[in-house]
Ligand binder design. Structure first.
Ligand SMILES: [Zn+2]
Length: 321
C-alpha cells in the first residue's frame, strides 16, 4: 500500500523507500523499521543521486534514530553520508563490511589494484584498464559514512537480530525478527544475486553463499524484504531455488574446463556468452571465478598459478585428474 509519495507500507511498522539507480536493476529498496524510539533506516542508495531526504523524512511520523547498512556495495552504502547528515542519526555497519568498504571506496589505488588482478585472471588489458577509468568515476558516487558504529553478527539492533549472510558480499548482514527477514541482497527475486570473487576477499564466496542460503532455509522466515525486485513471500522456496541454480551453474562450469589450462576469462565465454561490454565481462569473470574456486574445493578442478619472478602472472584452471 502506498503511504505517501515516496513510501510504501510493507506491513505495519515496515516501510519501503525505492530509490533510482542509473544502471543494473535500475532501483534499490531501502527500508524504515519502526521501533519504540523512532525509525531504523536500512540502506541508503547511491551518493550522487539527489535523494530528497528532507521530503522523505517529512512523511514519517517519528525521527530516524539509526541507519543500518547491509553491505558495502555502492547502491546500499553510497548514500550513507547524506542520509546521516539529513537525519543526524548514527550509521551502523558490520566490522568486516566496513573494513572492505574503506579499502575499496576510501583508497585511491583500488581500481588499479583490481585491474591488475583481473589481468592475472586472463582478462584482456583493454577490459581490465577500462575499470581504472570507470572505477575512479564511480568512486565519486560512493559517499559512505566514515567511522560508523561497528556491529557484529549476533548483535541486536532495536530488537532485530543481526545475521551474517556472506556470499554477495563478504560482510553482508541481514536483520531478523519474528519471522521477518530484512535481507539486503542476500535473497532476491526474480533476479539472482551476483556471487563474485574479488581480490582481498574471502576465498570461496559461492561456498559462503550456499551456507547462507542453507541457514536461511533453517531459519525459515515467513517473508523477506530484499534490496531489489520483489518481496520474497516464500524465502525457503527461493533459497532452495537459488541453491539449485548454483548447482546447475557448477555443472556448466565443470563442463567448460578440461585438460588444457583455461583462465576464468576464457571460461566466462561459454558461461555468459560472447557479447558483453567491459563492465559486464568483469562481473562474468568474477562470477565464473566463484564457481571455479568452489569446484577446486569440491575436488573437481585444479588451480594453476604461473609464477615467474615469484609474482603470480596468470591463474588458470583444469579439470581435476
Ligand atoms: Zn544491491
Amino acid at each position: 500500500m502506498k503511504l505517501s509519495e515516496h513510501l510504501f507500507v510493507c506491513e505495519p511498522g515496515i516501510l519501503r523507500l525505492t530509490l533510482p539507480l542509473p544502471s543494473g536493476p535500475k532501483h534499490v529498496h531501502c527500508y524504515f523499521l519502526r521501533g519504540e524510539d523512532g525509525w531504523t533506516l536500512v540502506d541508503t542508495g547511491l551518493g550522487l543521486m539527489e535523494t530528497p531526504w528532507p521530503e522523505i523524512l517529512g512523511e514519517l511520523d517519528a525521527p530516524v534514530v539509526r541507519i543500518f547498512i547491509t553491505h558495502m556495495h555502492p547502491d546500499h552504502v553510497g548514500g550513507a553520508e547524506a542520509a546521516a547528515a539529513a537525519t543526524g542519526a548514527p550509521v551502523l555497519q558490520g566490522r568486516l563490511d566496513y573494513a572492505q568498504c574503506e579499502r575499496v571506496w576510501g583508497s585511491t589505488d583500488w581500481p588499479e589494484h583490481v585491474a591488475a588482478w583481473f589481468t592475472r585472471q586472463g582478462t584482456t588489458p583493454a577490459i581490465a584498464d577500462e575499470l581504472i577509468e570507470s572505477g575512479h568515476v564511480f568512486a565519486d558516487f560512493v559517499r559512505f559514512a566514515w567511522n560508523p558504529t561497528l556491529v557484529e553478527p549476533g548483535d541486536e539492533v532495536d530488537g532485530w537480530r543481526v545475521l551474517w549472510v556472506p556470499g554477495h558480499a563478504d560482510g553482508h548482514l541481514a536483520l531478523e525478527r519474528d519471522g521477518v527477514l530484512v535481507a539486503g541482497d542476500s535473497l532476491l527475486a526474480p533476479i539472482t544475486p551476483a556471487i563474485g570473487l574479488y581480490p582481498e576477499s574471502r576465498p570461496d564466496p559461492l561456498g559462503d553463499y550456499l551456507g547462507s542460503l542453507q541457514r536461511t532455509i533453517d531459519l525459515a522466515p515467513a517473508i523477506a524484504y530484499s534490496g531489489h525486485g520483489d518481496t520474497v513471500t516464500d524465502p525457503v522456496g527461493r533459497a532452495t531455488e537459488l541453491i539449485a541454480h548454483h548447482a546447475e551453474r557448477l555443472l556448466v562450469t565443470a563442463a567448460a574446463i578440461g585438460t588444457e589450462p583455461r583462465t576464468a576469462y576464457d571460461v566466462s565465454f561459454p558461461l555468459f556468452g560472447d557479447d558483453l561490454r567491459p563492465a559486464a565481462r568483469r562481473f562474468a569473470v568474477a562470477e565464473t571465478l566463484s564457481h571455479l574456486e568452489r569446484l577446486v574445493r569440491d575436488g573437481a578442478a585444479e588451480r594453476h598459478e604461473l609464477q615467474p619472478n615469484g609474482d603470480v602472472a596468470s591463474v588458470s584452471y583444469t579439470a581435476a585428474q
